[in-house]
Design a binder for this molecule. Structure first.
Ligand SMILES: Cc1cc2nc3c(=O)[nH]c(=O)nc-3n(C[C@H](O)[C@H](O)[C@H](O)COP(=O)(O)OP(=O)(O)OC[C@H]3O[C@@H](n4cnc5c(N)ncnc54)[C@H](O)[C@@H]3O)c2cc1C
Length: 408
């Protein structure tokens, strides 16, 4: 029986959208489904949310034809400064400094506002004939058999394909319906996210202050504006969220310090409760999980979306090679190649962000001396520092071709 497409993607967030473009580029027909309206998913208003994209993620967006559309709105990250802060005292005066000139490839990454990325992905999808984009459409069930997969939509209609990709986020129902279990825990931390306008230039420097309740990231956007990811205990974050803008800023200022001069709130305020979640498997018969549906990490290293783009680059390469060899792209043997490629990188990112959060998010004097010694060691060891810079740029491990900026 003829299927409706080669691939059905459930979830048209950032990862689902990028996956649809990557798979269409290698010659696959894709149906991309999201429950939300396009106008809300890609709203044009400034809202202060942004992503730190690794250099290799930029390479991939370039291959997908999206980077040219967002380049003018991106902000290169030339330096990253990490320091250990104390409650009520702001960041400690000394830090580890990661300087992009220590690697040859260029800036470690780019900050890009969420709205610019979503709009550019949507425009590219609308210009790609091989993608059928169904918004305001909810998938309620799935059935997998030897010959293919079908999904049932709210309203009763069914669609069929050779492969189902779950890009439906941390609470993935695609994974749950396939019986894929998840491990993880709640951090009892919430990230408060907003944008701050400041008097002095940020000089393309990203700052990470490790405060006892959680990290405060100050990430450069264009025009003397920075995106803030400010992590507090969930209880404290709820109190701060309930405050008016003036009181909210009065809480932020002592953590932020005065190194950027006068600061003021720009745009909306958001809050994200944090948890760790890792699917026990990323594949099943005719099914693959990508992005937060496979792994949701702590945002302290800005790695979540970067990991998702790595999944997509690896899955696309595996499927393109399988298709060219005449293999059925939905078989478990093909899909296990993707899982094998991504499992180690993902598990090590989950473990490292989790350990850094546990080591730094407290006021324990013993742990403080250990981490201060660690930061000092990193700062005085050029090879170690260069290794970490390459990691932040996404340049380590066996890189799929799209992340190297190559068309498949
Ligand atoms: C505070 C914070 C800061 C972050 N900063 C960074 C950063 O600097 N750099 C970085 O790389 N990452 C960052 N991340 C991580 C990044 O935001 C996520 O990894 C990424 O947005 C996940 O995208 P996704 O498409 O996998 O999932 P989601 O964004 O969760 O999208 C899932 C989509 O699936 C749809 N859906 C779900 N169920 C169904 C269904 N049954 N039918 C149809 N549609 C469905 C939903 O409507 C949704 O659109 C940050 C995260 C947080 C919380």
């Amino acid at each position: 029986m003829k299927q409706d497409a080669d691939i059905i993607i459930v979830g048209g967030g950032l990862n689902g959208s990028a996956a649809a473009l990557a798979l269409a580029q290698v010659g696959l027909d894709v149906i991309l489904i999201d429950a939300m309206p396009k106008e809300i998913l890609a709203a044009p208003e400034f809202d202060g949310r942004g992503y730190a994209l690794a250099l290799t993620s930029k390479n991939m967006l370039n291959v997908l034809g999206v980077w040219a559309d967002v380049a003018a709105n991106s902000c290169p990250m030339l330096d990253i400064k990490v320091s250990d802060g104390r409650a009520g005292e702001g960041a400690a005066p000394w830090f580890v400094h990661f300087d992009h000139t220590e690697i040859e490839e260029g800036p470690m990454g780019y900050m890009l506002e969420d709205r610019f990325l979503r709009q550019a992905l949507l425009r590219a999808i609308e210009n790609t004939a091989a993608i059928q984009h169904l918004d305001q459409t909810t998938v309620v069930d799935q059935r997998i058999d030897a010959g293919g997969v079908s999904v049932e939509l709210a309203g009763g209609k069914s669609l069929s394909a050779k492969l189902l990709i779950g890009c439906d986020g941390r609470k993935s129902q695609v994974a749950a319906r396939a019986g894929i279990k998840r491990s993880g825990w709640d951090y009892n931390q919430t990230s408060l996210v907003c944008a701050i306008a400041h008097e002095l230039p940020h000089k393309n420097t990203a700052h990470q202050f490790f405060m006892p309740a959680g990290p405060l990231a100050i990430l450069p956007l264009n025009d003397n504006v920075s995106s803030i990811v400010w992590t507090e205990t969930s209880e404290r974050a709820a109190e701060i969220s309930a405050m008016n803008d003036t009181d909210y800023m009065a809480c932020l200022r002592p953590c932020f310090g005065d190194f950027l001069g006068e600061i003021s709130l720009k745009g909306g305020r958001y809050s994200y409760p944090l948890n760790l979640t890792l699917a026990d498997r990323f594949v099943d018969h005719r099914l693959a999980l990508v992005g937060d549906a496979a792994h949701g990490v702590h945002p302290l290293a800005g790695q979540g979306l970067n990991l998702g783009l790595r999944d997509i680059a690896a899955l696309t390469e595996v499927l393109a090679l399988a298709m060219r060899r005449g293999e059925d792209i939905g078989t478990i043997n093909v899909l296990r190649r993707f899982q094998q490629w991504r499992r180690f990188d993902t598990s090590s990112s989950v473990a490292s962000t989790d350990s850094i959060n546990k080591l730094f998010s407290n006021n324990n004097p013993l742990l403080r001396s250990i981490r201060d010694a660690g930061l000092g060691l990193v700062n005085s060891a050029p090879n170690l520092r260069r290794g970490l810079i390459r990691q932040a740029a996404g340049l380590t491990g066996e890189l799929p071709k799209m992340l190297q900026g190559k068309v498949l």
